[in-house]
Design a protein around this ligand. Structure first.
Ligand SMILES: Cc1ncc(COP(=O)(O)O)c(C=O)c1O
Length: 424
């Protein structure tokens, strides 16, 4: 076996990779006639080759059948979203009744907070992290204001005592034990978009519930990246987008989980629409809203078939590969990236993401010692050399080797190019 730092070692790992052939199921963008080194699945996943056909089939059914496509299409549009439930449930470790794909992430977050952020009496606060994704922050502040409350009084912003981006679970548990009786809702990420930290959903949900709070997670960076056990985590709800690791295209229809214990909680306040109405009587067109059981009961509108078709293409691939195998490769691939960075670039780069593989997904967030402007220049030069990562202000380069379509050689070449740019 060649040394771990050699190109031949990467080739060897690729040869032995049981998921190596999955790359062929995706369109890899080209740079000067060669595959780009695409390390940006944490932002927008690549397009499966089967997506086009899935979308085309729906367009054809619409051409052929017009309105009759609702019942007579290859995949009838009326129950179109139902075929996603079992597949989605497998990816996130849920029961089919607990999941639905609808709207977009921030919309789903609002729908969930309408039901699960119910400030009352002393319990009025919302726990988020200080570095939360801006859209989440706007959404929670808006919800606080909708209740006639002031975000300055009602938001608790979690930070690590150390001041580091990494927030230890024990500190979240300690905060919930002391301040939990004032908190109505805990809303944290599955994987933090900036630091790449994976949170322990089960422990956080248990601590939140012990303190009497509701708990929901934004899983934008976790779904399709980590094997989740959402049902067992006990979370009340979760929301995610499907355009990152779920490879369903820009602005793809998003996902939503509502724990089974709320499946028949018909008295929960919710925003209603006809697709959330019990389907057996939906078309009687009555005035009284009778919600469906489970997550589907939070749907508002009939499913956007053309928007959902790419998700089906992607879920078929996830079913073939399976989350356990993907995670196994992901651990190796990101571990390999970390190893090369530490061995070859330790004097020039800090890895912000935790070194504990159990507390991260595939992403590593890098900070160059050179300072912000030089780092930005390196990022631009990486792009010019055919490497796609992403830049997060003020000075972080995020790279995410995705086990479905990235190779060990992608990782090797990335580090080689980066080394050429940062080492004088
Ligand atoms: C962590 C996180 N939350 C929320 C969003 C917003 O998603 P959307 O525009 O789909 O509502 C994103 C988008 O990238 C995200 O990364």
């Amino acid at each position: 076996m060649p040394s771990k730092l050699d190109r031949d070692y990467a080739l060897e790992l690729d040869r032995a990779d049981p998921l190596g052939s999955y790359r062929q199921r995706f369109h890899v963008p080209q740079h000067e006639g060669k595959d780009e080194i695409y390390l940006c699945g944490n932002s927008l996943g690549l397009q499966p080759r089967s997506t086009e056909q899935h979308v085309r089939e729906e367009l054809e059914d619409w051409q052929r059948l017009g309105v009759k496509g609702h019942f007579a299409g290859r995949r009838p549009w009326m129950p179109y979203h139902e075929q996603f439930a079992e597949r989605t449930a497998r990816v996130v470790g849920a029961r089919p009744v607990e999941v639905v794909n609808m709207n977009s992430l921030t919309v789903n977050l609002h729908l969930m907070m309408t039901s699960f952020y119910r400030p009352a009496g002393k319990r009025r606060k919302l726990l988020i992290e200080r570095g939360s994704f801006p859209s989440d922050r706007y959404a929670v502040e808006a919800q606080v204001r909708l209740h006639g409350l002031d975000p300055d009084d009602c938001l608790i912003e979690l930070t690590a005592r150390s001041g580091d981006p990494f927030i230890p679970t024990e500190e979240i548990e300690a905060l919930l034990a002391t301040d939990g009786d004032e908190i109505a809702l805990v809303m944290l990420p599955g994987v933090q978009y900036y630091s790449g930290q994976a949170f322990d959903l089960r422990r956080i949900a248990a601590a939140a519930h012990k303190a009497g709070c509701k708990v929901g997670f934004d899983l934008a960076h976790a779904v399709g990246n980590l094997p989740l056990q959402l049902h067992d985590s006990g979370a009340d709800f979760a929301v995610w987008c499907n355009y990152k690791y779920m490879n369903s295209g820009p602005g793809a229809v998003a996902g939503c989980f509502v724990h089974e214990r709320h499946a028949k909680a018909f008295d929960l306040p919710r925003l209603a629409g006809w697709w959330g109405h019990d389907k057996s009587s939906r078309f009687r067109m009555g005035h009284e809203f009778v919600p469906m059981e489970g997550a589907e009961g939070w749907q508002l509108s009939n499913p956007p078939v053309l928007g959902l078709a790419p998700l089906l293409a992607s879920l078929e691939i996830f079913d073939d590969a399976g989350m356990p195998a993907l995670r196994e490769k992901s651990l190796k691939l990101t571990g390999y990236l970390e190893h090369l960075l530490k061995e070859r670039l330790a004097e020039h780069i800090d890895i912000l993401t935790t070194a504990d593989p159990a507390q991260r997904g595939c992403q590593l967030s890098l900070r160059l010692h050179k300072g912000r402007d030089a780092a930005r220049q390196v990022f631009d030069e990486l792009e010019a050399a055919g490497v796609t990562g992403d830049w997060r202000e003020p000075d972080v380069i995020r790279v995410a080797p995705v086990p479905l379509y990235n190779s060990y050689m992608d990782v090797f070449r990335f580090v080689e190019i980066l080394e050429g740019l940062v080492v004088e």
